[in-house]
Each structure stands twice: as C-alpha cells, then as structure tokens.
Design a protein around this ligand. Structure first.
Ligand SMILES: *Cc1c(COP(=O)(O)O)cnc(C)c1O
Length: 370
C-alpha cells in the first residue's frame, strides 16, 4: 500500500538544489551572514512578486505580525480584532505587541474572518483588524474596509498561508496597510528553517520594521527606536530566492491537485468541500474538507498510510495558553464546529494523480462504510 504524506518538501528541494548550493557557496565565500546581498536580492524579488515597493525580511512569521502591528502604532490597551479560526501565532503577536486580542467568528462557507462579526466587535479601543488569508485564500478585505467606522483603524494582513494568492487582481501581501508572512518550511514559499517578511506600500512603515528588527538601529551605535533582533537569515534568503522563481508553477500544481480532489469527491454529501470566494485565486496551502465523525476518518486515513492533518483541532480561545483571554466554550460556534470536523488532505506541488486518487478512494470507502 502506497504512502501519501501530508506534504513532501523533498520534491521541491530536488528542483532548486543546484541553485541553492551555488548561492550558499557565494555567501560562504563572502561571509556576509547577516544582511548581505542575498537578503536584499530576495527582498526586492518578493516585493515585486507581491506588487508593493517594500519588503523587509524578518526572523519568522510571528515576529512579522508583531512588527507590523507595532509599526502601525498598536500598543498597550489597544484592541486588535482577529478571527478565532487561525493559527495561534496571530493572537500571540497581538499579545506580544502589548495589545488585547479580540476574537471574532468566521464565515461558515470559507472559514475566513466574517466582516459582520468584525462590525459587532468594534469598540472605541479598536486599533487594528487582522485579516488572515487562511488555507491559501484571501478574505473579503474590501468588506472589512467597509465595516470600519474610522480611518484610524488599520487593516493588517496575515498572509502566512497565501503566498501567490490573489483577489480582484491584487496579490496576497498587498492587502491592508501592512502585511506579514511566514516562510516556515511547510508554507507555500518555505525556507529551510524559520523566516518571515513584512510587505507594505508605505516607506515609513517599512523603515520602522527594518529598524525594529535591528535593535532600533539604522546606523551603527545609534538606536533611534525601541527594537529587538529579528532579521531574515542570509542563507534562508538564498533558498527563498531560488524557490520564489518556481512558486507560480508550484501553486499551479496545487491548484490542479485541488481540482482533481474536487472532481473525485463532489457529489458526496457527507464530505463538505472547500469553497472559493468569487474573485479569488486560491493557492491551496491546505485542502480542508469537513466531515462528521472526523476522528474516525483520521484513524482510517492514517491506517491506510495517508498523512492527514487538522487545522486546527482546538480553537485558540480554548487553548490553555490563551485562558487569560477569558472566552468560554461556545463563544465562537462556527469556529468550534469547524475544529471538530475539519481534515486537511495531502496537497503539495508534485503530488501525483495516483496519490490523489488513493486519498479519494480511502475517503469515499469510509463514507460508504458508515
Ligand atoms: C505559520 C503561521 C504563522 C506563524 O508563522 P511562524 O513563521 O511559524 O512564526 C502565523 N499565522 C498563520 C496563519 C500561520 O499559518
């Protein structure tokens, strides 16, 4: 019986191995391990890919969100609205910026932030709203803008799962006044370790983020702002630059795989397929279906050698580490129902038709045996 992993990163490495070896040798020869040409080359290439003038590489995606929030002036006592259905890092970044995370429920179709819920959560202390491009598609940022009552509330994009996604012709990383992304190895654009970036149209915000990640310093021995250490590692920049050149092709392969799953699984009422918002190009970071009796399916898939994931099994407001937020069970019903029913099926560039068919076969057999 063939094994189907949830993701297979080796397939990507094979394609860029020579370029990475060459780039690493150049860095080793010059010795510019912090900053250096590889970092600026990647930042320029990624900014142009996103379609904004500025990209600042940082240490990881969680830092990127915190730094984006701090750059727009979010701080102590401010409320920041974010979807309850996201990776916990989105909420951690708000807390680390000194602000209060205010969670809202998501849309039942897409499981993305619901603008109507955002409207209900606004208070005079709301300072920012984080739109999370969950699973690989962008939420309705134009609807988020519409519900904000004041211009002083800013939209920040968490684009950790959406490199290359578009909405209405705009690319993920260009929504909101500032956007954060993660290059964690498993993301659509993944490094060989931790890495992240902030992208923006605003040169002032870009400069603040760059200073912040370099101990508040733009000039040696002068620390003009509060800062810390969070920079894009030079060797990671080599990997990211090589991968960026293939990202559109890899995203197209994810799209083809998603279409194949949809063909194979549609018509099966017990399997709720992902839905794509009109105007969106989805990049299928994850292919998330919803089923009743999820844990039973998960066991079945694992027994058949299929790597399935759950994104996410426990919503952040019910995590012990977020108990201080004070949300009771039942606070976000759509998010909580999703947590009990979502399954992420294997998807990655280079997944074969026979692997996709094998996953669908096991899933459909489970459905008809129930
Ligand atoms: C991965 C991820 C992050 C955090 O990125 P790290 O690089 O792991 O710090 C933040 N938000 C979302 C939605 C993510 O998927």
């Amino acid at each position: 019986m063939s094994n189907v992993p949830l993701v297979d990163l080796k397939l990507q490495h094979e394609q860029i191995a020579d370029e990475v070896d060459k780039g690493f040798s150049e860095v080793l020869a010059v010795g510019d391990f912090i900053g250096g040409r590889a970092v600026s080359a990647f930042e320029a290439a990624y900014a142009s890919f996103v379609g904004v003038p500025h990209c600042v590489g940082v240490g990881n995606g969680t830092d990127a969100i915190e730094m984006a929030l701090r750059a727009v002036g979010v701080g102590s006592g401010d409320e920041v609205i974010l979807p309850a259905n996201t990776f916990i890092a989105t909420a951690e970044a708000v807390l680390r910026a000194g602000a209060i995370p205010v969670l809202v429920d998501v849309d039942d179709q897409t499981l993305l932030i619901d603008p109507t819920c955002v409207k209900q959560a606004l208070t005079e202390r709301t300072r920012a709203v984080i739109g999370v491009d969950l699973y690989g598609q962008v939420p309705q940022y134009e609807a988020l803008v519409d519900v904000l009552e004041r211009r002083s509330i800013v939209i920040v994009e968490d684009g950790a799962q959406s490199q290359g996604a578009t909405r209405g012709g705009r690319t993920a990383g260009s929504f909101g006044v500032i956007a954060a992304t993660s290059f964690y190895p498993g993301k659509n654009l993944g490094a060989y370790g931790d890495a992240g970036a902030v992208t923006t149209q605003d040169p002032g915000l870009a400069r603040r983020v760059r200073l912040m990640g370099a101990h508040g310093s733009g000039k040696k021995y002068v620390h003009e702002e509060f800062g810390f250490n969070s920079r894009l590692d030079t060797l990671q920049a080599v990997v990211l630059k090589a991968k960026l050149g293939r990202l559109s092709e890899w995203n197209a392969q994810r799209e083809a795989a998603a279409r194949r799953y949809i063909d194979l699984l549609s018509g099966e009422v017990a399997v709720r397929l992902p839905s794509v918002l009109p105007g969106n190009a989805h990049v299928w970071h994850l292919f998330v279906v919803r089923v009743p009796n999820r844990d039973d399916l998960l066991r079945e898939l694992r027994e058949a050698g299929i790597g399935a994931g759950i994104h996410y099994p426990v919503p952040i407001h019910l995590q012990p580490g977020m108990a201080m937020l004070g949300y009771p069970p039942g606070a976000f019903p759509i998010t909580e129902r999703a947590a009990a029913s979502v399954v992420s099926l294997p998807i990655f560039p280079g997944i074969s038709n026979s692997q996709l068919e094998r996953v669908a076969e096991v899933l459909l057999a489970w459905v008809s045996a129930r």
